[in-house]
Design a protein around this ligand. Sequence first.
Ligand code: SF4
Length: 242
Amino acid sequence: MAKTRYRQIEKIEAKENIGSYGAWRRELCGKYRELLVQTRNNSYNTLVKTLAAKGETVACRKGCTYCCFHYVAVPLTHGMAIVDYLYDRKELLKQFISNYEKWRHKGCDISNVIDHTRSHAFSSSMPINDIIAVTRPPAIRYLQMGIPCPFLVNDTCLIYAVRPLPCSGQYSVTPPDWCNPEAGEKAVIYQLVSDDEDLLKILQLADPQLMLYELTLPIMIYKLLTEGASLIMADAGYRLPK
Ligand code: SF4
């Protein structure tokens, strides 16, 4: 089963690299990754300075994984950048596929509910705060189910360099154990705020349609690996570069 799945992924990867579409895809993913790292570093440095001015420091440490049990969604462009990263790291790709098979039994149904709710909210032009309000209850249910992200192996993120923005967007200044939902203490969390100019560079990189198409992280990555970005974009009505 795993071998058949892996052969299918190899076929899709070959298709994803063909001709001018393949060149466009690789260039987009490379630029996206570059901007992602730059944006993340800039906003992290700003946060550290802001905290230092208040006498606080980031408490998040390697090996602390409470964040990796939360529901995480990614836009298509970010998903493509992760898949491109996995194409160059086949051992990580295989590890993801094997973990995904376990994840989907517990995480797929609830994730589909959240994806459907968000997509419906987007298409009815709901204000962002209302979208957050309708997706919050199922996202809390997801956290309560205790499902580890399929990219989490030995308390380490397999795709740390290209992890989604929600994974690198929150930092605690209280002891890491306070992030445990069962801890009696309430963690103090700060959100990373990206510079408008940095964000604009990312948004201008690709068609906004590609950034608006969002799915649960594991579902997006599995879909991209087994179907290919070109097919998903065509289904979403996106005109592919010739
Ligand atoms: S992608 Fe990495 S950082 Fe984000 S939830 Fe998964 S394992 Fe954790």
